[in-house]
Design a protein around this ligand. Structure first.
Ligand code: C5P
Length: 227
C-alpha cells in the first residue's frame, strides 16, 4: 500500500510548505482542481524540485467527448505526472481513445476511473445513472478494466469486491482513510489502515489527518511505519 497525501491547503505557499516538510518520504502527492487551476504547471515543477522522487497524482476527473479527453490526457502525460483520472461514465470509447493516445509515451501515467462520486446519495445517483451505486460502481470498474485502465477510485469498503470482479493487479485508490481513527470531518464512511490493508487498497489517500496535524512529517512517518 502506498500513501497519497492530498495537497488540499488553501494556497500554493501552504501546499509547498507541506511538501517541503515531507520531502524525505517515499509518498505520492495528490493535486486537485483548485490548486491546478490556480497554480498550474509551475506548481508541479516546484513539487518536482522539492523531491524529484515524489510521485504525483493529478486529480482532475476528466469528462468530455473522447477526442477532447485524449487531447487532455496527452497534455497531462507531457506534464510528467505519474497518475491522473477520468470519469468512468464518459464511456468505453472515451476510455479506449485515452489509452490509445497514451501508447506513444514510453512511460505513460497510470489512468484511474472515478466510478461513483461519494457526494451522491442512492436516490440522487439513481436519478442520473438509472441503477444503484454498488451495482453501477462494480460495472464501471469492470468496464475500466476491460478497456485497459489501471484502476479505479473507490471507497476502501469496495476495494476487495472490485478486485474480485476484475483482477488483483487492478489498482484501487481510496480516500476517506483515517489512519489512526482520526476525526472523520465530512467523510461519511472512513477506514483505518488495518481495514485498508485487509481490503487490499493500493493507494490510501489522506488529507486532513496529515495537514491538520501539529507535525505532519512525524505523522507521515508513523503512517508509513504502520503500512
Ligand atoms: O482530508 P481527507 O483525508 O478527507 O481528504 C480526502 C481527499 O480525497 C480530498 O482531497 C477529497 O477531495 C478526495 N476525495 C474524497 N472522496 C472521493 C474522491 C476524492 O474524499 N470520492
Amino acid at each position: 500500500m502506498k500513501l497519497c497525501v492530498a495537497l488540499d491547503l488553501p494556497s500554493a505557499g501552504e501546499n509547498i510548505a507541506l511538501a517541503t516538510a515531507l520531502h524525505d518520504y517515499d509518498i505520492w502527492l495528490k493535486i486537485g482542481f483548485r490548486s491546478y487551476i490556480r497554480d498550474g504547471r509551475a506548481f508541479i515543477d516546484t513539487l518536482r524540485q522539492i523531491n524529484p522522487d515524489f510521485r504525483l497524482f493529478l486529480d482532475l476527473k476528466l469528462y468530455d467527448i473522447p477526442n477532447t479527453m485524449a487531447d487532455a490526457a496527452e497534455e497531462i502525460a507531457e506534464l510528467g505526472v505519474d497518475m491522473f483520472n477520468i470519469h468512468a461514465s464518459a464511456g468505453e470509447v472515451a476510455m479506449r481513445t485515452v489509452m490509445e493516445r497514451l501508447q506513444k509515451f514510453e512511460a505513460r501515467p497510470l489512468v484511474l476511473a472515478v466510478t461513483a462520486l461519494t457526494s451522491f446519495d442512492e436516490a440522487g445517483f439513481r436519478s442520473i445513472y438509472g441503477a444503484g451505486i454498488d451495482e453501477k460502481a462494480e460495472q464501471f470498474a469492470r468496464m475500466s478494466y476491460e478497456n485497459g485502465l489501471d484502476g479505479v477510485v473507490s471507497s476502501a469498503f469496495e476495494s476487495r469486491a472490485i478486485k474480485a470482479a476484475t483482477s488483483d493487479s487492478f489498482l484501487t485508490l481510496c480516500p476517506g482513510i483515517r489512519p489512526f481513527g482520526e476525526d472523520a470531518g465530512d467523510q461519511q464512511r472512513v477506514a483505518t489502515l488495518e481495514l485498508a490493508r485487509e481490503e487490499k487498497v493500493d493507494f490510501a489517500v489522506v488529507g486532513r489527518p496529515i495537514y491538520k496535524d501539529e507535525n505532519p512529517a512525524e505523522k507521515v512517518a508513523k503512517i508509513l511505519e504502520k503500512m
